[in-house]
Design a protein around this ligand. Sequence first.
Ligand code: URA
Length: 426
Amino acid sequence: MDAIDVIVTKRDGRELSTAQIDWVIDAYTRGVVADEQMSALAMAILLNGMTRREIAEWTQAMIRSGTRMDWSGLPGRTTDKHSTGGVGDKITLPLAPLVAACGGYVPQLSGRGLGHTGGTLDKLESIPGWRASLSSEEMLGVLREAGAVICAAGEGLAPADKKLYALRDVTGTVEAIPLIASSIMSKKIAEGTGALVLDVKVGSGAFMKTVDRARELATTMVELGTDAGVNTVALLTAMDRPLGRAVGNALEVTESVEVLAGGGPEDVVELTVRLAREMLQAAGLDGGKDPEQALKDGSAMDAWRRMISAQGGDPDAALPRAAETMEVVAPATGVLTRLDAYGVGLAAWRLGAGRERKEDPVSFGAGIMLHARPGDAVREGQRLMTLHADETARFDRALAALDGAYAIGEAGEVDLLPLVIDRIRA
Ligand code: URA
């Protein structure tokens, strides 16, 4: 087998054989296939696509490049959620303990943020003492104690994907749906969950800008999960505006705790409850306590406190706050017709909530609190949002990102995607 053969097969629009796929993933992981060869293959895949069989085998080969976790020792069923990422998307934080409170076990491996979307681990790391890196034994311990664990994926999980994702990032090949789907699903299948709900975001603040692209990605991932024996379902959900009112690490933790206390913004609550029901149903656990009830009776909050404490965090500690704030006020009276997710995400990132390179630190207190949501009536001079940053020098660039990101007009001009756009099953 040689790399040129594999590249030429895909360059000419032909199907890769099982042997070619197995060899190229293994050889790339071992350093036998060079980065420039894998780049050419990734570009050929982006241009010519892959069949369902090829994507499934590519995914399995990436899973085999590392370890697969096993939760069969737990006394109940596992179920997890993956979001393709968005602005203000803190749903994992209330969702994992909520599902635990309803009888599921949630073994969630999460990532850090890069670019304008936040990462779940960055949000949780704003809680004093909380640790993202756990051994498999520690993960099992937290799962037994709290019913849910959220932590970083270890080095051993799908190492082929780690290498390939970094390469795609610098070769213009991130957008290939077969590569995105296999990248996400190799990690989720290797994580060992029995059931999986995918939250595929659509809109300016999401990876997928159109419903059609999001549907194609969701369908591909649902097929991959199903073929691998993981009961998988996907929701397409809105990311044309931010989710909730808080954007930024500690600000989003505070909002998540409000949801767990039975309050919080309507859209965050609605999506959290919907995803929790989907996760329970996918695991065959939908006959027990309803998620809405678990938010009301405090059991989801109890699971959150156990989960945070079991990972070294203090659920009662004060969260970091940014040193400086600045108000953005409505320039006119009318209705907020638009609040663009990408513009708000970019502004939060420039305030320090996100990172440029993966080794950069984030500011835990930085971000944006939204005081008005699309559809709300506003008066000239009323606060639209509060910017939070550690240095005032950051405000100008954040304001530039917000330029054109919101509009005030008439109620009839509000045109938003439905919160849940579609549901996709195998
Ligand atoms: N997230 C991933 O894990 N992989 C991709 O390819 C894209 C998003």
